[in-house]
Design a protein around this ligand. Structure first.
Ligand SMILES: Cc1cc2nc3c(=O)[nH]c(=O)nc-3n(C[C@H](O)[C@H](O)[C@H](O)COP(=O)(O)OP(=O)(O)OC[C@H]3O[C@@H](n4cnc5c(N)ncnc54)[C@H](O)[C@@H]3O)c2cc1C
Length: 126
């Protein structure tokens, strides 16, 4: 189970990042560059006007998109992407562990027990 989790995580994490990018579109780019922008009344008024949405005011929306950017676009996010893909070993290594330790006999046994449960002369279920 542990090796399966390692294999799946390596495959899923990049997909999750890609989904975040698809969902966010250009929203993650069109953000104030710094929290200091909120302190400038002229720029704050522009942020207020352009960053609001039906679901959130400009303050909450900027925080939300900055959080998404932390995951996909920041230095931290980029490093973490690489980390999730490799920290447990390259994918051919984790897949090898998973293949080597999987209980193939048990899985084959489940299939065999299903095949053994009926025969040519079995009556179809009503
Ligand atoms: C951000 C980050 C943090 C890390 N932190 C730790 C840590 O805390 N502790 C720790 O011990 N290690 C850590 N690692 C190291 C990690 O364990 C290694 O990166 C991992 O084992 C892969 O080895 P490598 O980097 O030498 O890549 P390589 O083995 O050089 O692989 C590079 C690419 O080549 C492919 N490749 C290489 N050989 C083959 C082959 N024979 N067949 C098919 N494809 C192949 C791989 O699939 C991969 O795509 C970290 C790595 C990263 C990126």
């Amino acid at each position: 189970m542990l090796y399966s989790a390692q294999v799946l995580t390596q495959q899923m994490y990049p997909k999750i990042l890609n989904s975040l990018r698809e969902l966010a579109g250009g929203g993650m780019i069109m953000l104030p560059s710094s929290v200091a922008d909120f302190a400038n009344p002229e720029i704050a008024a522009m942020i207020e006007k352009t960053q609001q949405s039906p679901a959130a005011n400009s303050h909450d929306r900027v925080k939300f998109y900055k959080l998404a950017w932390d995951a996909v676009g920041s230095e931290f996010g980029s490093r973490h992407h690489q980390y999730e893909m490799f920290y447990a070993g390259a994918t051919f290594v984790t897949k090898g562990h998973s293949f080597r330790t999987y209980d193939w006999g048990k899985a084959g046994g489940i299939v065999q027990s299903m095949l053994d449960s009926y025969d040519l002369d079995s009556k179809p279920a009503a």
